[in-house]
Design a protein around this ligand. Structure first.
Ligand SMILES: NC(=O)c1ccc[n+]([C@@H]2O[C@H](COP(=O)([O-])OP(=O)(O)OC[C@H]3O[C@@H](n4cnc5c(N)ncnc54)[C@H](O)[C@@H]3O)[C@@H](O)[C@H]2O)c1
Length: 261
């Protein structure tokens, strides 16, 4: 799997324990040129340094994925530097606790605008270059919460991830004839800043408890998600489009026995 000189964008790559940082590093290790963005400037600097320390090439862009002008400017900058984008990884996302009957419009709009809107904006910005080139891969990070499960006090999160999956199917059909593959991954539990936040997610204790319900009996590492995303972006998955692939250690199979303990 080589991405020699390919141009890759990874959104939400600033957290050193996040999926985005690890996937950016993995692509750089496969000789891709990697453009990363995040709202966190210090985190981005660390990810860029990690890439460069491995001999990779990266460019950092501090932006909020809910800002269309900033997204368009980043893609224009990357294209003028390196050419059309080969692979887009829509990874940036947030989870915020908001019981449904108390959810404000601001909470609803923020989660939709980052998780779903960010995916729309980046996909829309890179597609013209991919169409001109006649090839490209758009890969988005959904969640089992948008695919198979419900998460109390996270209706907006579940809906935003489900929307990513609908978008994935629609874009696969619309852009497939231009040589562009569009897929999504629905992770289960991955040990990152998002899942270990006890206020907005399950926290470390919750992850430990849930391990009992995962057939593989462990939470995923962000590095494993990164490897899977790189594989799906590669020619190994060259005939696959419009799909959301579950990557969850089997938790959505709903194993019965832990419930009896
Ligand atoms: N961790 C899990 O268990 C899990 C499960 C299912 C899906 N996911 C999804 O995986 C993706 C990566 O999350 P993670 O678990 O690595 O969490 P994380 O919090 O470590 O990483 C998310 C990154 O996105 C960045 N970000 C947030 N809002 C942004 C914005 N508006 N603009 C730009 N960047 C922004 C954050 O600063 C952070 O660096 C997310 O889409 C998340 O919803 C995670």
């Amino acid at each position: 799997m080589s991405f020699d000189n390919q141009v890759v964008i990874v959104t939400g790559a600033g957290s050193q324990i996040g999926i985005g940082c690890h996937v950016a590093i993995r692509f750089a290790e496969q000789a891709a040129r990697v453009a990363i963005c995040d709202t966190d400037p210090d985190g981005l600097k660390q990810t860029q340094a990690a890439i460069e320390s491995r001999g990779g090439e990266a460019s950092s862009h501090v932006l909020d994925v809910s800002d269309s002008a900033a997204v368009n400017a980043m893609v224009a900058d990357v294209e003028s530097r390196w050419g059309a984008v080969d692979v887009l990884i829509n990874n940036a996302g947030i989870a915020r606790t908001a019981p449904f009957t108390e959810m404000s419009d601001t909470e609803l709009n923020q989660t939709m605008d980052v998780n779903f809107g960010g995916t729309v904006r980046f996909s829309r910005a890179v597609a013209p270059g991919m169409i001109r080139k006649g090839s490209g891969v758009i890969l988005s990070v959904s969640s089992i919460e948008g695919h198979a499960w419900g998460w109390p006090a996270h209706a907006h999160y579940c809906a935003s991830k489900g929307a990513i999956e609908g978008l994935t199917r629609a874009l696969a059909v619309e852009l497939g004839p231009q040589g562009i593959r569009v897929n999504a991954v629905a992770p289960g539990l991955v040990w990152t800043a998002q899942s270990t936040d006890p206020v907005n997610s399950v926290g470390p204790e919750g992850l430990d408890k849930l391990t009992d319900s995962i057939p593989l009996r462990r939470v995923a590492k962000p590095e494993e998600m990164a490897d899977f995303l790189v594989m799906l972006a590669s020619s190994a998955a060259g005939y696959m489009t419009g799909q959301t692939v579950v990557f969850d250690g089997g938790i959505t199979l709903g194993e019965l026995t832990p419930l009896l303990r």
